[in-house]
Design a protein around this ligand. Sequence first.
Ligand code: GCO
Ligand code: MG
Length: 404
Amino acid sequence: MKIVDAKVLVTSPGRNFVTLKLTTDEGLTGLGDATLNGRELAVVSYLQDHVVPLLMGLDPHRVEDTWQSLYRGAYWRRGPVTMAAIAAVDVALWDIKAKAAGLPLYQLLGGASRDRVGTYGHANGRDIPELLDSVRARLAEGYPAVRVQSGIPGLKAVYGVSSTDASGSPVLHQQARPLVEDWDTDAYLRHMPDVLEAVRAEFGPELPLLHDAHHRLTPVQAARLGKDLEPYRLFWLEDCTPAENQEALRLVRRHTTTPLAIGEVFNTVYDYQALITEQLIDYVRSAVTHFGGVTPLRKLFDFAAQYQIKSAIHGPEDISPVGMAAAVHLDLAVHNFGVQEYSGHTALTEEVFPHAYTFANGYLHPGEAPGIGVELNEELAAAHPYEAAYLPVNRLQDGTVHDW
Ligand code: GCO
Ligand code: MG
């Protein structure tokens, strides 16, 4: 079998998604997600201009060899653009291989290690009462675990929490120019224990609760937060410090038993090396889409398993259904699965990417369709072309840019 066609499609059924579609001489097709939120077109160019020409005539069964040749052959390794592009090729090849075998991808990854894939959903509130309502809504949808994000008194727009404009309508997180959010770490550190106290008081001790600090704290601030939140027994504290600095987690870990999760912006195992071997974290958060595909993420999970660290694949709406499907196959197959983040997609996105995976009562299953089990409705995709959209920037109250 040979690859005879490769197309890079960009569509925006509510937000931008980049999809690679490979076609073989036998008529099999494979899809891969290459969406890099806010920097989509850089990956489109990387694929179209530099990778697609290399794929023509290639045997799609050679998944490992293709991965190695794209990673090593470029000489310039790593980085989110490169690794998103390689991920799309990797997943599209796995899709073709599994279709050729007539099997859902998880069967090629060793088969199911569980019956269903547990998820967590997002609860956000501008204040505590609104957050409690949002937790209630997630529980009504069946989510077995909930991430809680709250507005901070005195701040107008905080990560994960929509603010409103003068007319009271929600301000979108992603806009044609970056939305400017504001930040005050002391106010945040003072407020978060009250938030968790209120959520625990309302929902009891058993509900697994997560919180995302979105890289905003210094090591000592993160240590303080981890300690202050210990009474509320978080399932995890996510991205407590900026992700570039692995040493930071040593200091945090020395001071708190709150479990730590990190890695949604990581793109190779080297970003995790000290974190895993020194057991500084409890969950690895990388997405198939940003980590170079199923091939390296499987290796990361196996490495992490040696240290009792679990998987927790990043699953916001900016991972397309193609990337989500690949994630759910991996979740079902690996032994050290922890949890899958899942917030679903808009109805239009689901129409553009019809898929075999299902979400019911808080649990995902990849389905039994051969391959990853996702189609692309190209006509509908083309009817919703690319729209420029930036993620926000974050500034302290004196105007200084802060980590977002
Ligand atoms: C999460 C993330 C996302 C990111 C987004 C940026 O935990 O789901 O923090 O919400 O902000 O993926 O593109
Ligand atoms: Mg996050």
